[in-house]
Write a protein that binds this ligand. Structure first.
Ligand code: PEP
Ligand code: MN
Length: 304
């Protein structure tokens, strides 16, 4: 039997190394069986697929459930900049109905001279802010070596768009017990996103959320182009929860609200948005962060 005779499901990772949950094609049987559709392939469906698990994955974080009926909002600054900034934001995020506090401590910046984040100091501030506002926290991890240390303090680990195919990092977060928010790469297809998620599941961690955050197209009027059709399509392909990041998709704060509403309308399980006490003075992504008033308005329109 040729190992190329695999099912044509869209999810098959392409030419990636074999992983534990994906056993290699069967060795040649002593007696070649007749070719029927029943035995054409004995390969297991990918762990991310609906074939493997029909019912939606629901992720429980304390009292919060993601992937169920509730549309959830994660909000907070692009970067944790100071103790005051993250505390102030956390209280506002909570007051107007947010479910989780976001904030970057290790920042993936295009320019090496740009603000790189406060690192573990920022994570300490954020953990305290989350505790005082009674919000779970989500932060990005960029380095394999930081994974387990960050997981001690963060409720959810974010894998950023630029690291979507950092396979060593994916394997490492696959060994943790924290839920993972996996962001789609700037130039990645949905198959590649699912292939990346498969790495995490195959290494043990079944709690993965997928995040559409805009992809690069020829359009330059927005920072990226939000691929909203990814939501209904991914919901057919996978049981994992789908989160939309309108902030990084559009790159302009005035466009965040309509796209957040669109995310809800197309059936996403939630959004992750950037909010800052004084966006114009933000140390990263100044143009796209909502001020508190805009955040309040967005929450009012999403949840009224
Ligand atoms: C972020 O969430 O701050 C971030 C850097 O996002 P992305 O990886 O989608 O660019
Ligand atoms: Mn950002």
């Amino acid at each position: 039997m040729q190992p190329t005779e695999l099912p044509t499901e869209a999810l098959q990772p392409q030419a990636e190394p074999k992983i534990a949950a994906q056993p290699a094609a069967e060795s040649k049987p002593a007696q070649a069986p007749a070719k029927t559709s029943a035995n054409k392939s004995t390969k297991k469906p990918p762990l991310v697929s609906r074939e493997h698990k029909a019912q939606d994955t629901r992720i429980q974080i304390g009292q919060l459930e993601i992937g169920g009926d509730q549309f959830i909002t994660m909000a907070g600054p692009c970067s944790v900049e100071s103790c005051e900034q993250i505390h102030e934001t956390a209280l506002i995020v909570k007051e107007f109905g947010g479910h989780m506090l976001r904030g970057g401590c290790f920042k993936p910046r295009t320019n090496p001279y740009s603000f790189q984040g406060l690192g573990y100091q920022g994570l300490d501030y954020m953990q305290q802010a989350g505790q005082s506002a009674r919000l779970p926290i989500i932060t990005e991890v960029m380095d394999r070596e930081d994974v387990h240390k960050v997981a001690l303090q963060a409720d959810v680990l974010q894998i950023g768009a630029r690291n979507m195919q950092n396979f060593a990092l994916l394997k490492e977060v696959g060994k943790t017990t924290r839920p993972i928010l996996l962001k789609r790469g700037l130039m990645s297809s949905l198959d590649e996103l699912l292939g990346a998620a498969e790495y995490i599941l195959a290494h043990g961690n079944q709690q993965v959320m997928l995040c559409e955050r805009g992809i690069r197209t020829f359009e330059t009027a927005t920072r990226n182009t939000l691929d909203l059709s990814a939501v209904p399509l991914l919901k057919q392909m996978t049981h994992l929860p789908i989160i939309i990041d309108p902030s990084h998709a559009v790159g302009k704060r005035d466009l965040v609200l309509p796209m957040a509403k669109a995310a809800k309308a197309v059936g996403a399980h939630g959004i992750i948005v950037e909010v800052h006490p004084d966006p114009d003075k933000a140390l990263s992504d100044a143009e796209q962060q909502l001020n508190f008033e805009q955040y309040q308005q967005m929450m009012g329109e999403l949840y009224r």
